[in-house]
Design a protein around this ligand. Structure first.
Ligand SMILES: [Zn+2]
Ligand SMILES: [Zn+2]
Length: 401
């Protein structure tokens, strides 16, 4: 972004953005809470009633953005999230309705971050298909955009069967040899783990995040966010009986350590911990007309939430597949095959207005898409939800097994 446009932007939206930035820690979001907010649920382009693809998964003070279509930054400002700081970005594929918003969003977040060089802003990790690194270098580079924080692009190597031949990008188009942007840190190049048919993006104490392959007009990916199991609750009654008062020892037991009492009695964590709380699993699929290989169904098995596109109604299946997209019935088949708990439909053609704007006699009804998915899922127990812009879905903790 050049200086003139930066100033222009600052002038018009400073208050809103500053407000967003001030709440970078995602508000008073409690520990263990998790939710998902849709910022855009439309396909192809943003319209006044449906933004293009973007959703935010909030987990314990972090916001992870999945896809970033044009206009995502203004959708963020209008949302309840008020999140100015995004620590990770996941791009499913390089179609414009999923990535045109990314350079602008990075610039605006930078504009509103603290320019104090003493403050070390964390690196934003960006995951996406091969070519994303070059896309950001070119867009940020040509526009003279400098960022106040570092970023790294971790590229996923697609396989040739993820798209028709015309969807393959040449090496020149995705050149990893262009010079790094000044704020760019070297990222990883992640290849398919053939034995597991997936890509390991990262794992830490809280999450394991993997990607899997989809078939679309260009190589597209889905993401599986698996939360690690958590230790169960401490049985405080029993602890009191043992003479242990609340304090640091409770923390050690919870962390799986044994504790020795003054009497010499050793308390083992398994004596005082209830059953572990199973981690939640959220799977978010990019544009696709089918999943590819065994990986997707294995990874998405038993997902608490499966987010799947449904661009067009069942009656347009031929057209949908021709464009690399799915119908509600096709999305339902994936949800059924992996025994998901809940199917969320999104990425609707702009012909489907949000339910609130629908008028009697409208030919294309988004509620009809829901009905079609429900029909396909009869007797499965899988709940179907239509995503709408700004809808927030809490993802509650699971019960111990
Ligand atoms: Zn799309
Ligand atoms: Zn697409």
């Amino acid at each position: 972004m050049n200086t003139a446009s930066a100033v222009h932007l600052r002038h018009h939206s400073e208050t809103v953005l500053q407000e967003a930035w001030n709440t970078v820690q995602c508000g008073n979001f409690g520990t263990m809470a998790m939710d998902m907010t849709f910022l855009g649920t439309g396909s192809a382009y943003p319209s006044p009633h449906r933004g293009s693809s973007a959703l935010v998964l909030r987990t314990e003070g972090e916001c992870w953005l999945f896809d970033c279509g044009e206009g995502t930054q203004t959708q963020l400002m209008r949302s309840q999230l008020r999140a100015g700081r995004i620590t990770k970005v996941f791009i499913s594929h390089l179609h414009g309705d999923h990535v045109f918003g990314l350079p602008g969003l990075l610039c605006t977040v930078s504009l509103n971050s603290n320019p104090d060089p003493q403050q070390n802003l964390g690196c934003v990790d960006i995951y996406g298909p091969r070519g994303l690194r070059h896309f950001l270098r070119v867009t940020l580079g040509l526009t003279g955009s400098q960022l106040l924080f570092p970023y790294a692009v971790h590229e996923l190597e697609p396989t040739p069967d993820q798209s028709p031949e015309e969807g393959h990008l040449s090496l020149e188009m995705t050149s990893g040899h262009s010079p790094l942007h000044p704020q760019e840190q070297p990222g990883r190049t992640i290849s398919l783990d053939i034995s597991r048919d997936c890509y390991l993006l990262f794992e830490d104490k809280k999450f394991v995040v993997k990607a899997f392959r989809l078939f679309h007009r260009v190589p597209s990916f889905g993401f599986c966010i698996q939360e690690c199991d958590r230790p169960g609750r401490l049985n405080t009654e029993l602890l009191k009986e043992l003479g242990l008062k609340p304090g640091p020892l409770y923390g050690r037991l919870k962390a799986g350590e044994s504790v020795t009492l003054e009497s010499g009695r050793v308390v083992l964590p398994q004596e005082v911990l209830e059953e572990p709380i199973p981690g939640r699993k959220v799977c978010i699929l990019g544009d696709c007309s089918s999943v590819l290989g065994e990986g997707p169904l294995t990874l998405c098995s038993g997902a608490d939430i499966l987010v799947h596109e449904a661009t067009l109604g069942n009656e347009h299946q031929e057209k949908a597949v021709d464009h690399g997209h799915s119908t509600p019935e096709m999305a339902a088949a994936v949800a059924r095959a992996c025994c998901a708990q809940r199917l969320l439909l999104y990425h609707f053609s702009q012909r489907y207005k949000p339910s609130a704007l629908q008028k009697e006699g409208d030919e294309d009804s988004v509620s009809e898409l829901k009905r079609q998915a429900e029909e396909a899922l009869q007797d499965s127990g899988i709940e179907v939800t239509l995503a709408e812009d700004f809808m927030t879905l809490p993802i509650p903790l699971k019960r111990p097994r």
